[in-house]
Design a protein around this ligand. Structure first.
Ligand code: CAA
Length: 287
């Protein structure tokens, strides 16, 4: 199966990154979002990244022009119905994702793979919302920033077909990524390992083991992480971290070790979500 056009449902950080990565690897990508504001943010991100790549001589101006031509933007899924691959990259909420999946089932053709970029929610559960197409549903979990991070975590649901899995591996490689399989447990591998570390960094801060700068410096310099865990939490979004931890708590026998730290919850409740709001663990308002 040759993928000629990917519909990316959701134009936030992940959706816009997935679309850009497809476009720069020679695959047409249509970004679908009901919000005009989000779409124009995605467009600006695409233009800025392509200009940067040309300035840094990573790609030529011609290649950037081809990538731009590969990208399109729509405010309804119906307008993207000619795509032969769809990937959902909406907010990390099971009800939102299930309603998007129902719509994807109605809009896209019978042989289109319906992938999800969920970072923690059960693929089997999401697929159960469209019983006639469970074999076409698969987890295709990208990492932020998508154009840079090499991994796609590939998660089969109970009824995902071998054909769907094989096609996902081929497409991930076509997009310049390394697909690695994980089984369908809440949080898969990436967040099963990452989120407890981030949460523990919040516990260490709350307990007064060290301040955020020291915690991050220790993990960067001592463990060679590109970002310390608290800086990374801001980068991912504190609301996203909390939601993932709750999906793992609910999906893994309500084990209290997955419950988000109180400081993390408080920051989210105060609207301090990290980079995207200018304030999280750290303040970014002055850049
Ligand atoms: N889009 C495209 N490219 C980007 C980018 C973005 N948003 N952000 C950075 N880059 C590129 C830059 O253009 C630069 O490219 P060149 O070297 O070719 O010029 C390169 O990445 C390095 O960027 P910078 O020099 O600006 O900064 P840096 O060296 O500090 O790297 C970083 C930035 C790549 C984000 C690095 O800090 C890093 O790897 N951080 C960890 C990120 C991480 O762990 N991500 C996974 C999060 S978990 C997740 O996504 C899944 C989940 O389910 C929660």
């Amino acid at each position: 199966m040759t993928v000629h056009k990917i519909a990316v449902i959701g134009s936030g950080t992940m959706g816009s990154g997935i679309a850009l990565t497809a476009a720069t690897n020679g695959i047409r990508a249509v970004v679908v979002d009901i919000s005009d504001e989000q779409i124009s943010r995605a467009k600006k991100y695409h233009q800025k990244q392509l200009e940067k790549s040309v300035a840094k001589e990573r790609i030529t101006q011609d290649e950037a022009d081809i990538a731009t031509a590969n990208l399109s933007y729509k405010t309804s899924m119906e307008e993207a119905a000619d795509a032969n691959w769809a990937v959902e990259a909406a907010t990390e909420n099971v009800d939102v994702k299930k309603s998007i999946f129902k719509k994807m089932f109605d809009v896209f053709g019978d042989d289109v793979v319906l992938a999800t970029n969920t970072s923690s929610i059960s693929i089997t559960d999401l697929a159960s919302s469209i019983p006639k197409a469970e074999h076409r549903v698969i987890g295709m979990h990208f990492f932020n920033p998508v154009p840079v991070m090499k991994l796609v975590e590939v998660i089969k649901g109970k009824k995902t077909s071998e054909e769907t899995t094989a096609a996902t591996i081929v497409l991930s490689e076509q997009m310049g990524k390394t697909p690695v399989p994980a089984n369908d447990f809440a949080g898969f591998v990436s967040n099963r390992v990452l989120m407890p570390m981030i949460n523990e960094a919040f516990h260490a801060w709350s307990d007064g083991v060290a301040d955020p700068e020291a915690i991050d410096s220790i993990m960067k310099l001592g463990c060679a992480f590109p970002m310390g865990p608290l800086r990374l939490a801001d980068y991912i979004g504190l609301d996203v971290c909390r939601d993932i931890m709750m999906v793992m708590y609910n999906g893994l026998d309500e084990n209290p070790k997955y419950l988000p730290n109180q400081k993390l919850i408080e920051l989210v409740e105060q609207g301090h979500l990290g980079d995207k709001t200018g304030q999280g663990v750290y303040n970014y308002e002055k850049g």
